[in-house]
Design a protein around this ligand. Structure first.
Ligand code: FAD
Ligand code: NAI
Length: 478
């Protein structure tokens, strides 16, 4: 007799593992199928998906290590701290990153045990439906088994988008997997795509000494960000940090040669060749549904290969749901996790909810970039009347004390109601500061609400306070 569950989750990334835990917390019998073992994991499947294994967590570990190296090399001197012989041991840096990943992924196994979620190791694919129960095959190393469930949540995530005729080997030409595991600092690093991965991982290797050239197809830099932020970031990344970024290019050919990789590209009317030792291709990600057996049950994909869902992550099939990178919306771990919680709660008969308008975005470059809500250009396009308050960190005592005054906080509020419509931050700790704006927007706060809240002194959060005051043209310290 096939094992039977109330909820069967396919995919153990942030969307999937959180959905399974929440379902179990709500008293449902839950299982999660995961297939990925990753090279260093002794054959055991590793939970946590892209995020924990080859995404958010390892990239942030390397960003921290490389930022400390950068600070030691260039930032300490202003504090009167100096020393000779600074060096980077890439193997130790990578080992630290791998240990963090191992700790967190095994932590999720622990959470599964604690919450009584069954882990099914193998590849899950839909077989059919009998008596209101979905049949799913789990093909593992030791063979296949058929399991059945009342509800199925698909959380199979995404994979890197590839460029035609550019074969990724994760040695010379890398996607995120290879780019997070270089054995040494490349002398010349090429990056195709000036998006989040290109800028985060480009920054890591630049700080450690690589000459980094980023080739971007779009004519605008960080087109999705508020343009004031994008402009400031451009200035810092290119002029201060020396990232070489070329916009509006067309990649013509990528070839391996004895020296490394040659990228032929067109810019304006000219053709150029970029020679580099290693290349990162980071041109976006695509939803992953390979081998899921969508056709076996008629699970509908949209024109971009994403699983088609309604506003509450329901597919058109009864009791089949989908969350995370495999469905429309930003490909962000926290968005997938919230969807996972929402779906588990809906299955349990509760009022599951997610507010897509207050999903924060963060880029962990230095300075960090974070925002929530609308950009100024979006408000202009939509014809919304707004007021704006912008405060530079140069006017913030804590930022000065920390020796890092780059950037600003910019708040946009509705001209009539004063409701906060968007907050855009570029600066140290922007990733943490944005949380206040998310909470404020979630509660429908006005800029005056933030302006009337006591913020600890001296903190970076005072820049948020001052930006709120500045909306009403009454900043106290600027
Ligand atoms: P995934 O994490 O991709 O997990 C899907 C899982 O399903 C995988 O483990 C896969 O093996 C498994 N699977 C697929 N098909 C099957 C099947 N048929 N049977 C069984 N298992 C299957 N987001 C942020 O919010 N913050 C960040 O800082 C951040 N940094 C990133 C850095 C990098 C370099 C990358 C690449 C991504 C980053 N992201 C970040 C994005 C984040 O990783 C994804 O949004 C998130 O992992 C998506 O979660 P998911 O559960 O939808 O899918
Ligand atoms: P991205 O969508 O952020 O950036 C891809 C960039 O490549 C874009 O600027 C695009 O215009 C460019 N591009 C596309 N085709 C090109 C071509 N042929 N030639 C040159 N440039 C080209 O995608 P990225 O950086 O690959 O990351 C994938 C996703 O992973 C992100 O969208 C994000 O959802 C997630 N992520 C999130 C992070 C975070 O939250 N801090 C960090 C890293 C990734």
């Amino acid at each position: 007799m096939a094992k039977q569950y109330d909820v069967l989750v396919i995919g153990g990334g942030p969307g999937g593992y959180v959905a399974a835990i929440r379902a179990a917390q709500l008293g449902l019998s839950a299982a999660c199928i995961e297939s990925q073992s990753y090279a260093d994991a002794k054959g055991e499947v590793r939970l946590g998906g892209t995020c924990l294994n080859v995404g958010c967590i390892p990239s942030k570990a390397l960003l921290q290590s490389s930022e400390m190296y950068e600070q030691a090399g260039h930032g300490f001197v202003m504090h009167g701290i100096g020393f000779d012989g600074l060096k980077i041991d890439v193997a130790t840096m990578m080992k630290r990153k791998d240990n963090i990943v191992a700790q967190l992924t095994s932590g999720i196994r622990g959470l599964f045990k604690k919450n009584k979620v069954t882990l099914l190791s193998g590849r899950g694919s839909f077989v059919g439906r009998e008596d209101d129960l979905w049949q799913v095959e789990v093909a593992g190393a030791a063979g296949s088994e058929l399991v059945s469930a009342r509800h199925v949540i698909v959380a199979t995530g995404s994979t890197p988008r590839s460029l035609p005729d550019v074969a990724v080997d994760n040695e010379l030409i890398c996607d995120n997997v290879g780019a997070l595991s270089f054995g040494a600092v490349p002398k010349r690093l090429g990056v195709i795509g000036a998006g989040v991965i290109g800028l985060e991982l480009g920054s890591v290797w630049k700080r450690l000494g690589a000459e980094v050239t980023i080739l971007e197809a779009l004519p605008d830099f960080l087109a999705a960000a508020d343009q004031a932020v994008a402009k400031e970031a451009w200035k810092v990344f290119t002029q201060k940090q020396g990232l070489s970024i070329h916009l509006g290019v067309k990649i013509l050919k990528v070839s391996r040669n004895e020296a490394g990789v040659a990228i032929e590209y067109e810019s304006g009317d000219e053709t150029y060749t970029l020679e580099c030792d290693r290349l990162i291709v980071s041109v976006g990600r695509v939803p992953y549904t390979e081998g899921l057996g969508c056709d076996n049950v008629g699970l509908e994909l949209d024109s971009r290969g994403r699983i088609a869902v309604d506003g509450q992550c329901r597919t058109k099939l009864p009791n089949v749901w989908a969350v995370g990178d495999v469905v429309p919306g930003p490909m962000l771990a926290h968005k997938g996790m919230e969807e996972g919680v929402m779906v588990a709660e809906l299955i349990a008969g509760q009022a599951g909810h997610i507010d897509y308008d207050t999903v924060p975005w963060v880029m962990y470059t230095h300075p960090e970039i974070a925002w929530v809500g609308k950009t100024e250009q979006q408000l202009k396009r939509e014809g919304v009347a707004y007021r704006v308050g912008q405060i530079p960190f140069a006017a913030n005592g804590r930022a000065l004390g920390q020796g890092d005054t780059t950037g600003f906080v910019k708040m946009l509020a509705d001209a009539q109601s004063d409701r906060i419509l968007g907050v855009h931050i570029i600066g140290n700790n922007a990733s943490e500061l944005v949380a206040e704006a998310v909470v404020a927007m979630e509660f429908g706060a006005s800029s005056e609400d933030i302006a009337r809240i006591c913020h600890a002194h001296p903190t970076l959060s005072e820049a948020m306070h001052e930006a709120a005051l500045a909306v009403d043209k009454r900043a106290l310290h600027f």
